[in-house]
Design a protein around this ligand. Structure first.
Ligand SMILES: *Cc1c(COP(=O)(O)O)cnc(C)c1O
Length: 356
């Protein structure tokens, strides 16, 4: 069976070596030594100034909204993402205002943002879909003009470098997910990247029930991560360059073997990619379903990612985003993980090419 992804596991002894330290330190959670070590190493690997680990990428988004005081507001966002993006907006008592996407690389269409801004709009929450950068300069310009905050759900953007900077360094806050299915993982985890010390300090309180020592500063939540998760993170981080290189080779093999009619996102200039996903756009939904059936018959399971378009979720009144709806119906991510063999890539490509 070949799934859309297979989580990377480091050599067992290497994980064990980190876990041994937990027994030596007798420190299991609450900003322990392994978490601090991982935080420092990631901060320098990604070259970021303000960087905090939390327990998942969804709570990272919720804390980001909280830290920027965005509640009872309208938030401009994209319908083409994982459901956690929209859920975090709703969970924090805000209203998502969907702006359709562009078909070049499936990110929010910056030309359509301003027409949706009202007196209630307080923020733009955009997603670097599949790790491809949003039009960050234009978004910043719109946000400055209308005094809006910018949050990026950068769950896919670990290790992506755009115009010489980590993609996680853009916006007032960027969040990332370190879930087991992502390029870098700590089983469950995530991070919050701020662009100034005041917000970074607030996030530090929010993630720990809102207090430190005897200083009960604000209403917080528990978003701390554990030493065991950090041990996994450290032992995965030791291999991150190999992991990304392997994914790159698989991507290049797909590029070489797959029928050239299959459309792929446009690769931006001045960009270093992390090869997190291999999305392809079919001509229409029938073609997608036909290829899926042929692959599933051979126990190969790509994923319809993202489907459906989030504006079509049952708890919204009818909102129309034609581009996102159209792309959602015919896009899929192919299997991509460091364990995928050449033989299997060839098998997948043959089945796809023969069923278009
Ligand atoms: C994975 C993902 C998340 C959520 O991350 P978790 O760590 O699973 O909570 C949020 N947004 C996007 C776009 C994702 O792909």
């Amino acid at each position: 069976m070949i799934n859309v992804t297979k989580s990377y596991l480091p050599p067992y002894e290497e994980y064990e070596n980190y876990v041994k330290k937990i027994w030596e330190n007798h420190y299991l959670t609450n900003q322990g030594p392994l978490l601090k070590e991982l935080e420092e190493r990631l901060k320098s690997y990604l070259n970021l100034e303000y960087f905090q680990i939390v327990n998942n990428g969804t709570i990272a988004l919720q804390i980001a909204l909280h830290a920027l005081d965005i509640k009872d507001a309208e938030i401009i966002t994209t319908p083409f993402s994982f459901i956690a993006t929209t859920n975090s907006i709703l969970w924090e008592n805000n209203k998502p205002i969907f702006v359709d996407i562009e078909d070049e690389n499936f990110n929010i269409n910056v030309e359509k943002i301003e027409e949706k801004i009202t007196s209630k709009t307080k923020a733009i929450l955009a997603v670097h879909v599949f790790g491809y950068p949003c039009k960050v300069e234009k978004i910043e310009e719109i946000a400055n003009k209308h005094k809006l905050k910018v949050i990026y759900d950068a769950a896919h953007a670990f290790g992506c470098i755009y115009k010489g900077k980590s993609l996680l360094s853009y916006g007032d806050i960027s969040t990332c997910s370190f879930h087991a299915t992502k390029v870098f993982h700590m089983v469950e985890g995530g991070c919050i990247v701020c662009n100034n010390e005041v917000i970074n300090d607030k996030v530090n309180f929010l993630k720990k029930f809102g207090y430190e020592g005897n200083n009960y500063k604000l209403v917080g939540i528990n978003a701390k991560n554990s030493e065991f998760h950090s041990a996994m993170g450290l032992s995965v981080l030791d291999h991150i360059d190999e992991i990304i290189e392997k994914r790159k080779q698989i991507t290049e093999k797909y590029n070489y073997l797959l029928n050239k009619d299959l459309k792929k996102p446009k690769f931006p200039n001045e960009f270093k990619y992390n090869y997190i996903y291999y999305p392809i756009l079919f001509k229409n939904e029938e073609q997608l379903l036909r290829v899926f059936k042929a692959l599933n018959d051979k126990e190969i399971y790509p994923r319809r990612y993202f489907y459906p378009s989030l504006n079509e979720l049952p708890f919204f009144d009818k909102i129309i985003c034609p581009v996102s709806e159209n792309i959602s119906k015919r896009i899929a991510c192919l299997p991509l993980d460091p364990y995928l063999t050449e033989v299997n890539i060839e098998k997948i490509c043959n089945i796809i090419n023969n069923n278009l």
